[in-house]
Design a protein around this ligand. Structure first.
Ligand code: ATP
Length: 505
């Protein structure tokens, strides 16, 4: 199946089974805003818990925070967002469609990358087992030509973006002959900067009102509470503050489902370190965060690092962890060495000292910061798109299964009485009451058992427990495993141990 079709199927599966609905659907939806349904909210909570445990619970020197979405407007002056949180946008005069100029260029690069991938595949078929991919890409003339082309485009784009040279970005789009995907024309406006922050008024609208912003990242709530947490928690550098919460960005182009939303959730951790040690910690967090992803078992080959060439104004090192989504490798998490930029800026703008006294060194300093920032919704998309499988079974029938990591599955066990009579529902309810105190379970007695298995496969339930006539005699049930569909007869008293062993990460 084509990746595009697969992605469409994933999106409709998410709606059909209560994972994700378009926001305000009865009013024809609101672009780039989504609601999480009854299954989605469980999966989302499980991802949050997986992150929170590994960051806050397992690290004695990391604590949590839940700061407000609204903050004093000067926070965003200090952080640089009022002046520099911009995307370069360009309009096509014929289709009247608006694009992010850098994304148009990146899409063009992706097309050249596809050409390279095709050359590689062709050669792989030709050479068979003897094929050495790294040798091929460094020696094949056509591949080298394409790669040089990509390098040159990237260089021009990054230089222009860094210098905020908008005419140069437009010129690059013109030189590359990029056309509007809708109108097919090259009739472009000039490139303009567009600030991504949403603003609103606080106080009565006329007199003493002032403009405040919906936070575009959760990080600043951590920085402005740095001293509160450090003092009240008696934290010693190095230490971290972690937070999960909503962020808002007025994204110009909103596409690819929940990949790029206007309202989304972030899981961020700011780690405060001694100046001069930040690059060691950067390396530590880069490895630690990749291992966190890999522990889910979704395939090492689906992740890669992308080190930034163009660094943000606050960073001295930055990398993205990219995941192979159905539409290609894209950023899922950012790891940034933010220097002392934020704390120093808040110190300057607030006039309050934001320093740490290090008893070991006997001196005060402004700590440096390593940030790990992951989008909860992108993580959700990675998990669901990696788990979605359309399978043809041995008997020729088809099933859709979500092979979710069991720890993240919305429902851990389904309890299914074989029939609706003869005391089976009552017995099944007892099993349900026993298990539901520990994790999410679902009771289902409607339709034939095979159909009920399919419904559970489709929402990624790792175990189906069937209560039948034998259960009434000897307290045994059958337990069916989702991925292998293997069934085993066990005693009810063994259920908890078997399920617990599988759903732990
Ligand atoms: P992009 O380049 O894709 O716009 P970014 O580099 O601006 O992302 P960061 O500011 O580093 O993103 O934000 C940290 C994380 O927040 C990203 O890795 C991503 O997972 C998530 N994120 C950012 N913007 C969005 C969005 N509009 N919708 C969903 N998740 C987002």
């Amino acid at each position: 199946m084509k990746q595009e079709d697969l992605f469409k199927n994933i999106v409709s599966h998410c709606k059909e089974y209560g994972f994700i609905f378009p926001s305000s659907e009865i009013y024809d939806g609101l672009s780039a805003v989504y609601d999480y349904g009854q299954m989605g909210v469980e999966l989302k909570n499980n991802i949050k818990q997986y992150w929170w445990k590994s960051m806050v619970q397992y690290n004695e020197n990391i604590v949590g925070l839940d700061s407000a979405i609204f903050m004093h407007p000067t926070v965003w002056k200090a952080s640089g967002h009022v002046d520099a949180f911009n995307d370069p946008l360009i309009d096509n005069k014929d289709s009247k469609k608006r694009y992010r100029a850098d994304v148009l260029i990146e899409d063009h690069i992706a097309k050249i990358e596809e050409k390279i991938a095709k050359e590689v595949e062709k050669a792989r078929t030709r050479f068979g087992d003897a094929f050495d991919e790294s040798q091929f890409v460094t020696t094949n003339e056509r591949v080298i030509k394409h790669q040089n082309e990509i390098d040159e485009i990237k260089h021009r784009m990054n230089t222009a973006l860094e210098a905020n040279d908008l005419p140069a970005i437009k010129q690059l789009i013109v030189d590359l002959g990029i056309v509007c995907p809708i109108s097919g024309s090259r009739n472009w406006t000039d490139v303009r900067q567009f600030n991504l922050m949403f603003s609103t008024q606080v106080g009565s609208v006329n007199e003493d009102s002032s403009t405040i912003y919906l936070r575009p990242e959760t990080a600043q709530g951590i920085f402005i509470n740095f001293l509160n947490v450090q003092k009240s928690g008696r934290m010693k550098v190095p230490f971290g503050i972690a937070q999960i919460g909503k962020a808002f960005r007025n994204e110009i182009i909103a596409r690819q489902f929940i990949f790029r939303m206007r309202e989304f959730e972030q899981m961020e951790m700011q780690f405060f370190v001694r100046p001069g040690t930040e690059l060691e910690w950067f390396k530590h967090w880069k490895e630690t965060r990749l291992n966190w992803h890999l522990a889910l078992g979704m395939g090492k080959e689906n992740y890669r690092f992308h080190d930034h060439e163009k660094l943000a104004h606050y960073a001295n090192a930055a990398t993205d962890i990219e995941f192979k989504f159905p539409f290609g490798f894209k950023e899922i998490e950012g790891i940034h060495s933010r220097t002392d930029f934020d704390l120093s800026a808040h110190q300057k703008f607030s006039g309050k000292k934001l320093q740490y006294y290090d008893y070991e060194l006997n001196e005060s300093y402004t700590p440096y910061v390593i940030e790990t920032s992951i989008g909860l919704d992108r993580m959700f998309l990675s998990v669901i798109s990696n788990s979605y499988k359309e399978e043809t079974l041995e008997d020729g029938s088809e099933r859709v299964v979500l092979s979710l990591p069991p720890a993240l599955s919305p429902i851990k066990a389904a309890i299914l009485p074989l029939t609706k009579k003869d005391g089976l529902p009552e017995k099944a309810r007892k099993v349900m009451d026993m298990l539901k105190m520990d994790y999410m379970c679902q009771y289902d007695e409607k339709d034939a058992i095979g159909k009920r298995y399919r419904r559970q496969d489709a929402i990624g339930t790792p175990f189906c427990i069937t209560v039948d006539y034998q259960t009434l005699e000897d307290d045994t049930v059958t337990i069916r495993e989702r991925d292998t569909m293997a069934q085993e007869r066990i005693n009810i008293s063994e259920l908890s141990d078997i399920i617990n062993a599988k759903i732990r990460l």
